[in-house]
Design a protein around this ligand. Structure first.
Ligand SMILES: CC(=O)SCCNC(=O)CCNC(=O)[C@H](O)C(C)(C)COP(=O)(O)OP(=O)(O)OC[C@H]1O[C@@H](n2cnc3c(N)ncnc32)[C@H](O)[C@@H]1OP(=O)(O)O
Ligand SMILES: O=CC(=O)O
Ligand SMILES: [Mg+2]
Length: 584
């Protein structure tokens, strides 16, 4: 059953709308105004003002023109964003009340029409071969290391891997701006100097920037609308808007383009919103429509049922979809957290990509993408190497090899790695399948037949004998608290117990604990998981942690109690934590 409302109003065939076709041949360098003197500033009716002290170079990013551009985006989209967030809440309530996500009968014409395709990588230099993409935050050192890593693309992350402190937000924009212009350098506290290995962007990984998801605010910028009401700016529009404003022209002039990953969408209406944002933003900056290319993360359960519709909405701007496995698992837990034992997943470490419900999701993603000319991008293995521990590195390499080999054989066109030392192994796995080809988008997966029941077969994760254990409970508590502590210190991705942890993996840890308590789950020794038991585990974890002056473990424990052990389930762990600790 479905409750999603009206289908897209546009006919499914993009050929029917030549006015919206991308103009791949146009060079932005010829037509766009210089962003430093943007002539469109008067288009904005509201205003965005800075509500934070300025650092030495912040005015290079927060120029009056850039703020006016952000105001324009908020004028046009702040209300739509709010409406979509409310729709998310309604959908979550319906699912919690027993409604199963399903394919939408109203949008069947879009799915059934074989004729339409997305823009893909045509006319988007640097996006045809994406076999290995390194991901990571945008501080200057990581930026340089990622761009020197030998990967084909770099997912420059303002999302799962970033703690959105105000300094991280602005310094990240500065690092990207400098990197794109070939001027970024960094000197560590120990005096080590970092330089880009080339100032020619076409010799470096193609940059694909990931702004924050729609649920997050940027409290250091205040938007005042035409009605005089002031609210915190949208983190999404701030990240996207500043990156596009400062870099679109430069990227095109240097042989690349403004490319984005779009996180945490829950359905095609959100894709439509993004498409409208792109159109308004490109028009306002004098950029041809279709210059922007976006890869959408399919990382929520509701979105898995709307992959076709999402591609269709964004078809003039869409390069592909990505299987964001960690947020996907989080979303599955979130959706079914009150549905009882048959929806309970085993220990996080025992849920693998070969669990039937996860395979259904990735197989459907590849088949859908290739049917529509889109890249299918694989996800992140959490195993990270340790340069001081060969055994850990050997295990990480073996795990990544297996994961990437499976993805390449399944038809994915590329994949993610978390660490520069994993670029080579992932490339090797894809080279074996792709050879000299840039991708395998033309490989149809007509053999894939995935239905609602396959995607919802959460119980399949436990049919292999995987269970919930005391060790799994302890790991969730320990990882959750240690990750949040890191995030509060401004470090949004961390290696914990040799695994990459970020906002998405931490969400799994805390939501599993919440679900286990709510479902009255017992560990495999027959002992029920109660709040009191989790509290005891939390106290014992805290006792065992190395403490130092200025650490944030007490605050982290408070957040963990709220998001994992509270009566209510906060939809995201980062929203409350941001409001309390980072927004000030
Ligand atoms: C669910 C998802 O969304 S996945 C995508 C989001 N998550 C991410 O992007 C995580 C990306 N990975 C990372 O942030 C890091 O690899 C971590 C935090 C897991 C581990 O980082 P570290 O503890 O610094 O690893 P390590 O000490 O082995 O690093 C060795 C070197 O590689 C660099 N490095 C490690 N990972 C990266 C990366 N992803 N990008 C660029 N450089 C990196 C380090 O900066 C370090 O450089 P240095 O020798 O010049 O000091
Ligand atoms: O963003 C990626 C994910 O796995 O979550
Ligand atoms: Mg994610």
């Amino acid at each position: 059953m479905t409750t999603l409302a009206a289908p897209p109003t546009a006919p499914p065939n993009p050929d029917a709308r030549p006015d919206r076709a991308p103009d791949a041949g146009t060079s932005l360098a010829d037509i766009a105004p210089d962003a430093s003197a943007w002539g469109g500033a008067t288009l904005a009716e509201g205003s965005v003002t800075v509500a934070a002290p300025l650092g030495p170079r912040d005015e290079e990013i927060l120029t009056p023109e850039a703020l006016a551009f952000l105001a324009l985006l908020h004028d046009r989209f702040a209300d739509d964003r709010t409406a979509l967030l409310l729709e998310r809440q309604r959908r979550m309530r319906r699912i919690a009340d027993g409604e199963d996500p399903d394919f939408n009968p109203a949008t069947r014409p879009v799915r059934d029409d074989p004729s339409w395709r997305v823009a893909g990588s045509a006319g988007a230099p640097g996006l045809a071969d994406r076999r290995v993409e390194i991901t990571g935050p945008t501080d200057p050192k990581m930026t340089i290391n990622a761009l020197n890593s030998g990967a084909r693309c770099w997912l420059a992350d303002a999302e799962d891997a970033q703690s959105p402190t105000w300094r991280n937000v602005v310094d990240g924009q500065l690092a990207l701006r400098d990197a794109i212009r070939g001027t970024l350098t960094f000197t560590s506290g120990a005096g080590t100097r970092y330089d880009l290995r080339s100032s020619d962007l076409t010799e470096l990984p193609t940059i694909v920037f990931r702004p924050r998801g729609w649920h997050l605010f940027e409290s250091h910028l205040a938007y005042t609308g035409t009605d005089g009401a002031t609210q915190p700016a949208s983190g999404t529009l701030v990240d996207f808007g500043l990156y596009l404003f400062h870099n679109a022209r430069e990227l095109v002039a240097r042989g690349r383009g403004p490319y984005f990953y779009l996180p945490k969408l829950e359905g095609y209406r959100e894709a439509r919103l993004w498409n409208e944002v792109f159109e308004v933003a490109q028009d306002a900056l004098g950029i041809s429509r279709g210059t922007i290319r976006a890869t959408v993360l399919i990382e929520t359960l509701p979105a898995a049922f709307e992959m076709e519709e999402i591609l269709h909405e964004l078809r003039d701007h869409c390069a592909g979809l990505n299987a964001g496995r960690w947020d996907y698992l989080f979303s599955v837990i979130k959706c079914f957290r009150t549905r009882g034992d048959s929806y309970v997943l085993p220990d996080r470490g025992q849920v693998t990509m070969t669990a039937p419900f996860m395979r259904a999701y990735t197989e459907l993603l590849v088949a859908t993408c290739h049917r529509r000319g889109a890249h299918a991008m694989g996800g992140m293995s959490a195993f990270v190497p340790d340069r001081r521990d060969p055994e850990v590195t050997e295990r990480a390499v073996a795990q990544v090899w297996a994961d990437k080999t499976r993805e390449a054989h399944d038809g994915f066109d590329g994949t993610w790695v978390a660490h520069p030392d994993l670029v080579e192994v992932a490339r090797g796995a894809f080279d074996e399948v792709l050879g000299e080809s840039e991708n395998q988008v033309t490989r149809m997966r007509d053999d894939v037949a995935v239905g609602q029941a396959d995607l919802l077969d959460v119980a399949s994760a436990r049919r292999s004998g995987a269970t919930v254990t005391e060790a799994g409970l302890r790991a969730n508590v320990s990882v959750g608290v240690r990750y949040v502590e890191s995030w509060l210190r401004g470090v949004g991705a961390a290696a914990i117990d040799h695994l990459m942890e970020d906002a998405a993996t931490a969400e799994i840890s805390r939501s599993q604990v919440w679900q286990w308590v709510a479902s009255g789950t017992t560990t495999d020794d027959g002992v029920p998981i109660t709040r009191a038991r989790c509290e005891a585990v939390l106290r014992s974890v805290l006792v065992g942690l190395p403490r130092s002056a200025g650490d944030r473990f007490d605050d982290a424990a408070a957040i963990f109690r709220e998001v994992a052990l509270g009566e209510e389930f906060p939809p995201f762990l980062t929203t409350g934590a941001y409001a309390r600790y980072l927004a000030v």
